[in-house]
Design a protein around this ligand. Structure first.
Ligand code: NAP
Length: 253
């Protein structure tokens, strides 16, 4: 007789705007939430977390390394949506590798943004041939966001630096005097309740092309994180959401 399929059990590490949205989507898909970790119960080494198949982290950047250490000790695969921890990336990668767990991270779990990265890779390699065009990145988020520029803007900048040879580094913010031509300017706006806007502008004397992603709500991020949680539960190693999507795009529809 076939065994009934056990629904995925998720521990939510961080139970704010994103944690709650992940919960809504996961419950909609018949999954179970075993733990909700927040500032009042900040340890991820609880009995409720032990019962989970996967942990999903949407908390604050300062907690990422500590939580990854705790979760790795429990041998829990992790989806990290929290942004602003690139300085700890090396340390986190060593923990993941030495403990043999799986971790998927992305500064942006929306499918739309990940498709935008692909469009930008193509656009960047075309504009690389035309020095008349300059390129810049502008992002806007709500007034409570902790990090600037956003992790997504930095991922976009990476794609552009890897495809447009005349751009060699990021200038986040305003230049002192004139901007150097090899600098890729990344600017940020923080106001109101904006969920997230990322705008890339290719501009010349003749014309201008813009590629813009506008998040309408948090659903797209949460859905991507839940898809990543299903995917990573039996994997080992560090992955990005682009790896998850590349794998899913390979599967027959
Ligand atoms: N990758 C993506 O697609 C994506 C999309 C959106 C947002 N993000 C990122 O996700 C993160 C969370 O965003 P959000 O909008 O959900 O923020 P939020 O609403 O402020 O939620 C943060 C959560 O972290 C909890 N927290 C704070 N300190 C903690 C600690 N020491 N231990 C455990 N939990 C702690 C907070 O608890 P209290 O509520 O009790 O203070 C809250 O539940 C941010 O880094 C944001 O940039 C990523």
């Amino acid at each position: 007789m076939n065994q009934p399929i056990q629904p995925l059990r998720i521990a939510l590490v961080g139970y704010g705007k994103m944690g709650r949205e992940v919960e809504r989507i996961a419950l909609d898909r018949g999954m179970e939430i075993t733990a909700r970790i927040d500032i009042d119960s900040p340890s991820a080494s609880t009995d409720e977390v032990r019962k989970a198949d996967v942990a999903v982290h949407f908390a604050i950047p300062a907690t990422v390394q500590m939580h990854v250490e705790e979760l790795a000790r429990l041998r829990k695969p992790i989806v990290v949506g929290t942004t602003g921890w690139t300085k700890q990336a090396q340390a986190i990668q060593s923990i993941v590798e030495s403990e043999g767990i799986g971790l998927v991270y992305a500064s942006n779990f929306s499918v739309g943004v990940n498709i935008m990265y692909r469009l930008l890779r193509e656009a960047g390699s075309l504009f690389d041939r035309f020095a008349e065009y300059d390129v810049s990145v502008h992002e806007v988020h709500h007034k409570d966001k902790l990090d600037a520029p956003s992790g997504t803007a930095l991922s976009i900048a990476d794609v552009l630096l890897n495809t447009i040879k005349r751009k060699r580094g990021v200038l986040s913010g305003s230049p002192e005097g004139k901007i150097r031509p090899e600098e890729l300017q990344v600017t940020s706006g923080r106001y109101g309740a904006v969920v997230g806007i990322h705008r890339v502008t290719f501009d010349s004397m003749a014309d201008s092309i813009e590629i813009v992603h506008t998040a309408k709500n948090r659903t797209g991020f949460a859905l991507g994180a839940v898809v990543a949680a299903e995917w990573v539960k039996d994997k080992k190693g560090m992955f990005t959401f682009e790896d998850v999507l590349a794998d899913l795009f390979k599967q027959p529809r």
